[in-house]
Ligand binder design. Structure first.
Ligand SMILES: [Zn+2]
Length: 450
């Protein structure tokens, strides 16, 4: 199977942030060439003039199992939201409903340009999620949620410590690096509130032994931090995780909204990765995460929608847009630029999930000219992109997202015709409509796979 995208504006997200006009050749699920592609037949050729081609987006904090709870848990803070709505619904999940939730979520994710996820599922029946995700074509690192503490948890979600650890190890052995490496497994203690000290210490030991990612929530809300301070004997949330030897480069900590200076220093020192979920933080009223500060300290911060129950959408373009705008409010416009947000949505996520990030090297390509996008050059160079994140609303895609080629895919997004030069083959959007529309989805390329 080979595919040629012709005449696209390619946002490579390579180390040089190069944006070039040219072609992308994909062969057997991998990028074969970018820029000027050698003249050779392809099974399928698509004229992408008027479109952007972006790397696949990577969401590093999500709960596929919560996709069926969309709109069910509105207008509540975190702990109430968990105890009265989300935990009872997770407890009610069956293998069939988990499979349906995962299928719906992966379809929605692929249709909106997300090609890889780090996801925390519920306590039980996680094999059903692995199976559904393996069928979907998306790349995923999946963790069975671990909960063994009495935090008003429904009985079906409360595990014995040993059982939780053993089941997580069994899933890891069964699923890690399957589907040609597309499916991986992680350890996923939900958060310090719902995990005993023994469980968290066991997770730290397993992570070290297996070099496994640990996916958890931390310092999301003030209520949560107060509970952790009680159960830890006065430690802050992140200091508690550090005291249990969990703060390592394997730790992926969602939110960190209330990480103070000392905690941020610790996160940077230990190379802990942070996942920012702006829509979720806003919906639950959790706060505005110190993203600009953490990035200044050298902490890798990536993005995620969290879950449909605390977002109501799974759209990474929303998360990029909100991430940038919240830091503008928190600091000043430009504190987190559009380019920063796109980096967090692609390269930072790839680094988080330990996927190869070898950059695209452009042998030769046409680059946009100052008057348009049709200029030709034998050398590519970095250009300022035409505000790629300033317009993030897109119409619903029309194509079926799940396909065998989805493991290597990106979003192709219609770009507005530049002033005085409209696309010959595709007219720009009608006045008043959204300027970007995904005209094709499960295609092609993710930069880190080249
Ligand atoms: Zn979450």
């Amino acid at each position: 199977m080979s595919l040629l995208l012709k005449n696209a504006l390619i946002v490579t997200m390579n180390d040089g942030f190069e944006v070039v006009q040219g072609d992308v050749s994909v062969r057997e699920g991998r990028i074969a060439a970018v820029g000027v592609v050698p003249d050779a037949p392809h099974d399928r050729v698509i004229d992408a003039e008027g479109d952007y081609v972006l790397p696949g987006l990577i969401q590093t904090h999500i709960h596929l199992c919560q996709t069926l709870f969309r709109g069910y848990a509105d207008d509540m803070p975190l702990m109430q939201w968990l105890r009265t709505r989300v935990w009872p619904m997770e407890a009610a999940h069956t293998a069939a409903s988990l499979r349906a939730a995962a299928r719906l979520a992966t379809t929605e994710l692929l249709a909106s340009g997300t090609t890889a996820v780090l996801t925390m599922e519920t306590v039980h029946e996680t094999d059903a999620v692995f199976e559904a995700v393996a069928e979907s074509g998306i790349r995923a690192t999946i963790g069975k949620c671990m909960m063994d503490a009495d935090a008003d948890v429904p009985s079906r979600l409360k595990e014995h410590t040993r059982t939780s650890l053993d089941e997580s190890v069994a899933l890891y052995r069964r699923w890690h690096n399957t589907s040609d490496g597309r499916i991986r497994a992680a350890l996923a203690p939900r958060f310090a509130v719902s995990c005993t000290r023994e469980l968290l210490e066991g997770v730290a030991a397993l992570s070290t032994a297996h070099q496994a990612l640990v996916h958890t929530h931390a310092s999301e809300s003030r209520d949560e931090i107060a509970i952790v301070r009680q159960i830890s004997g006065g430690l802050s949330n992140l200091a508690y995780l550090d005291s249990l030897k969990l703060a390592t480069p394997h730790l992926c900590a969602a939110h960190c909204v209330w990480a103070d200076d000392a905690e941020q220093e610790m996160l940077a020192r230990r190379d802990v990765k942070v996942m920012h979920c702006p829509s979720s933080n806003l919906k639950l009223g959790s706060g505005i995460a110190p993203v600009a500060e953490m990035r200044r300290r050298g902490i890798t911060v990536s993005l995620g929608a969290d879950g449909a129950a605390c977002n109501n959408r799974l759209d990474m373009f929303d998360e990029m847009r909100l991430a940038a705008m919240l830091q503008a409010v928190h600091h000043h416009p430009g504190a987190l630029s559009a380019r920063d947000a796109l980096w967090m949505a692609t390269r930072a996520g790839a680094a988080r999930l330990r996927w190869s990030t070898t950059s695209v090297r452009l042998k030769s390509a046409r680059r946009p000219t100052s008057s348009g996008f049709g200029g030709a050059s034998r050398t590519s160079r970095l250009i300022q992109t035409p505000t790629p994140l300033s317009c993030t609303r897109r119409v619903a895609p029309t194509s079926s997202p799940a396909s065998s080629t989805a493991r290597c895919l990106s979003t192709r997004v219609r770009r507005p015709a530049s002033r005085g030069r409209r696309s010959r083959s595709r007219p720009g959007p009608p006045h008043g409509s959204w300027p970007f529309a995904p005209v094709y989805n499960p295609l092609a390329v993710s930069v880190e796979e080249c």
